[in-house]
Write a protein of this length. Structure first.
Length: 502
């Protein structure tokens, strides 16, 4: 009980509460602006939290993460342009409902479902993270290596144009993580005589470049795009009939979203799509989906916000990111001198309760802010991009330099932005690369340690049941998309053959 009181007491400071509320406001604004995203905002925020203590800094980022996931639903409903990828499924029924004059009802359903999904996932997070950390205390480097490899294999199933592109981007991230001096052998790799690279590439400018500058360059081609906007005067609370209709969907999607969030490398986008599909599958009114169905809003919104709490479980308990945003939060923890994992939760259990409290406050705050300022937040969609993106670029420059007061990091950020832009142009998302960059160090360190322990005998690791189990999961994860694609092609061939009578 003492860690609970201590953790929550850490948030009682007015500064901490103010930072959490500030994170919520920034998250809703960023989520509501098409083109901006929570990972981008967190990447820009990281350098400015260096002077803060770890708990207020991570609390602010966690609050931004929660609110940003909800904020995307505002533009998804009002202008049919999801402000964040997880809100894409919300637009399928939210925008049709808004067009028939029920924008306030749609926004209210989205806010209520998001809060319910977030709170349910936080309750699971509160109990699951310590239990998972206790199990992980028995892990040796071999188990951590197998777990990290499994997490990398899950990149094949995250959102994107192709599983192969995701794996290639993840592999490139792992390659970047090897730059610098190898800790075990002392050998320099890929430094090319540049002294600044001897300690590796600083991840902060890479994050800013991939998420902010790359998107800036990508959005520069769409400055003349205009959206049809539906006006919403207020956000309305769901009626009793609405609640009776969507409660089963909210509970089902919350559980599904939390489970998807806990899986390494998955995130809110996958959860939202699955939440929408399951809502439709279980609905008695399947024909109404796509025309403004309440379950079509409640399903994805409950699932994508539930994924935020679920994704924090492996991030804090194992040091394995559950999504792109939590990968950035993991990087911020390392920057603040903390090593996420079971020992962190064992030695400072109050930390988990502080993060739980911050995310709980964030969920309640963005609901209150959303109901009170729906009309105001809808106005941010009118900000000219010719003003918005230069401001993002200025913050990118400042943040990259501020992280280590290094001009070299500014060049790293610019180069990362160009790399990220060409990746986006060719269907490679930044999230898999960041996952690879974060997990690459874990894979390399734990593999070196495991080889020392097992006398350089790789197959000796397979004698450990947990290691073998994770490798089996890795094989399933890699082969799953291949079999799914093969079944899809076979189904298409049968359909064509049926149509032409062959």
């Amino acid at each position: 009980m003492e860690p609970v009181i201590t953790g929550l007491a850490m948030l009682a400071d007015p500064l901490n509460i103010g930072l959490i509320i500030g994170g919520v406001v920034i998250g809703v604004l960023v989520g509501a602006l098409p083109g901006l995203s929570s990972p981008m905002a967190i990447a820009l925020l990281i350098p400015f939290t260096i002077s803060l203590q770890p708990i207020p800094a991570i609390s602010m980022m966690a609050a931004l993460y929660c609110a940003g996931t909800f904020g995307g639903s505002i533009t998804a409903i009002l202008i049919n342009a999801p402000g964040a990828p997880p809100a894409a499924a919300t637009a399928l029924d939210g925008y049709p409902m808004a067009r028939r004059g029920e924008a306030g009802r749609a926004l209210g359903l989205a806010a209520f479902s998001s809060v319910c999904g977030g709170i349910i996932s936080l309750i699971i997070f509160l109990f699951a993270a310590p239990l998972l950390a206790k199990v992980a205390l028995s892990f040796t480097p071999a188990e951590y290596f197998a777990l990290a490899v499994f997490a990398l294999s899950m990149l094949a199933s995250i959102s994107g144009r192709s599983s192969l592109r995701n794996l290639i981007a993840g592999g490139f991230g792992v390659l970047i993580s090897t730059v610098g001096i190898h800790l075990t052998t002392g050998v320099e790799r890929f430094t090319f005589g540049i002294n600044e690279l001897s300690e590796g590439i600083n991840f902060v400018p890479v994050l800013i470049g991939l998420f902010a500058v790359a998107e800036l360059l990508n959005q520069s081609r769409r400055l003349d795009r205009h959206y049809e906007r539906v006006r919403a005067k207020v956000m309305k609370l769901p009626s009793r009939e609405d609640l009776k209709r969507v409660w089963p969907t909210i509970l089902r999607s919350s559980g599904l979203g939390t489970f998807i969030g806990i899986l390494p490398a998955e995130g809110a986008t996958v959860a939202a799509i699955m939440g929408y599909n399951e809502a439709r599958r279980w609905s008695k009114n399947k024909e109404q989906f796509g025309t403004g169905c309440p379950e079509g809003i409640a399903g994805p919104e409950a699932a994508n916000n539930a994924a935020t709490g679920g994704a924090m479980v492996p991030t804090l308990a194992l040091g394995i990111p559950g999504s792109a945003s939590t990968a950035l939060i993991l990087a911020a923890l390392v920057m603040h001198g903390l090593k996420p994992g079971p020992h962190l939760l064992q030695q400072t259990p109050e930390f988990i309760y502080a993060i739980f409290g911050a995310m709980l406050i964030a969920n309640l705050a963005f609901m209150a802010i959303g109901f009170g300022g729906a009309k105001l937040f809808a106005q941010v969609t009118l900000i000219p991009r010719s003003i918005l993106w230069p401001a993002v670029f200025a913050f990118s420059m400042i943040g990259s330099y501020a992280a280590a007061s290094s001009y070299f990091d500014v060049w790293v950020m610019l180069i990362s932005g160009l790399v990220g832009f060409f990746m986006l142009r060719n269907g490679f998302g930044p999230a898999p690369l960041i996952m690879g960059l974060i997990l690459g160090k874990i894979v390399e360190e734990t593999f070196s340690q495991a080889m020392i322990i097992h006398d350089n005998n790789f197959f000796a690791m397979l004698e450990r049941p947990i290691v073998a189990f994770f490798f089996v999961l890795t094989a399933i994860s890699l082969l799953g998309p291949v079999f799914s694609e093969a079944r899809r092609r076979q189904k298409n061939r049968r359909l064509v053959a049926t149509q032409y009578g062959e």
